[in-house]
Write a protein that binds this ligand. Structure first.
Ligand code: FE2
Ligand code: FE2
Length: 289
């Protein structure tokens, strides 16, 4: 099985074109300046996603995974843009898995309105609903004879703006543990998808205000070469090989960020994670893992 893993595609509306912001408030102007930089970095995000979808087909990939931050600020138009760019994959749970990132639950309003869930509702299906513990999560997909994909939600609405750490939480971790212990998964490679990074590129724990708070508990459940954790959040692309005490870790970085575009093509063979290649949209292999 071939998995195309991208992340943090951050479909971004041009904030300055939104009517609300023409009010001329100083703080809105300041915010607009910040936003302009972001808008520039992601002005082609939709087109880059479309290229990645074309790559998905030309590479003969079986499943596309987006590990969160599909939007910049969880605006309805951004969700619509992300869904449109994914095309028919956005309604095909056999070929596509998405999970929310912190930017997709950026405001209490977006969270309350369930914008992520409503946009990607056709993809939010679990083959083993008995392990759901928090909404749809963990969301388990059995793929073929030897792969299981398990989506988790680590993104929470921050109590204070600027905090962007993630928490899977005991309930989802319990569901994950029970699913992994299910005999139907015992011969399968297990691909866990979570937004926040368990480790930085240097292999260290991320900062408290930005990292995955319960990565140790995750590693106790998912470790060794049969397991991979696919994540985003840190806008860098890297891989850490599995050890006795941790799974393979694939960070897809920000797949659409101008000048840093890319994604992973991960191979799973006979119930094991066989490796991955880092690719650029529309280009050949850039490096191997
Ligand atoms: Fe991000
Ligand atoms: Fe993020």
């Amino acid at each position: 099985m071939r998995i195309l893993h991208c992340s943090d595609v951050h479909v971004t509306l041009d904030y300055l074109k939104l009517p609300l912001l023409k009010l001329g408030w100083r703080r809105w102007i300041a915010l607009g300046e910040l936003w302009r930089g972001r808008a520039r970095a992601y002005s082609e995000a939709g087109d880059t996603i479309r290229q990645i979808v074309r790559d998905f087909h030309s590479l003969g990939a079986d499943h596309l995974i987006v590990s969160g931050d599909l939007t910049a600020y969880a605006l309805p138009g951004e969700f619509e843009g992300a869904r449109a760019a994914l095309g028919e994959l956005a309604s095909d749970p056999r070929r596509c898995t998405v999970i929310p990132g912190n930017h997709d639950v950026y405001t209490p309003g977006a969270y309350r309105d369930q914008r992520f869930e409503r946009t990607f509702q056709p993809l939010l299906r679990s083959d083993l609903p008995e392990y759901q513990r928090e909404g749809i999560w963990p969301m388990v997909r059995l793929w073929g004879e030897d792969v299981a994909i398990i989506g988790l939600k680590s993104a929470r609405v921050p109590a204070v703006p600027g905090l962007s750490f993630g928490v899977i939480g005991r309930r989802q971790l319990g569901g994950l543990r029970d699913a992994v212990n299910d005999p139907r998964l015992s011969e399968r490679a297990v691909v866990v998808v979570v937004h926040h990074a368990p480790l930085t590129r240097r292999g260290r724990r991320d900062k408290l205000h930005h990292g995955l708070a319960d990565k140790d508990a995750l590693f106790r459940i998912a470790r060794g070469p049969r397991f991979a954790v696919l994540h985003g959040h840190i806008h860098q692309r890297y891989h850490h090989a599995a050890t006795e005490t941790r799974p393979h870790l694939f960070g897809a970085g920000s797949s659409t960020q101008r000048g840093r575009e890319g994604y992973w093509l991960i191979e799973v063979e006979r119930g094991r994670i066989a490796g991955g290649r880092m690719l650029e949209p529309g280009a050949a292999a850039a490096s191997a893992a």
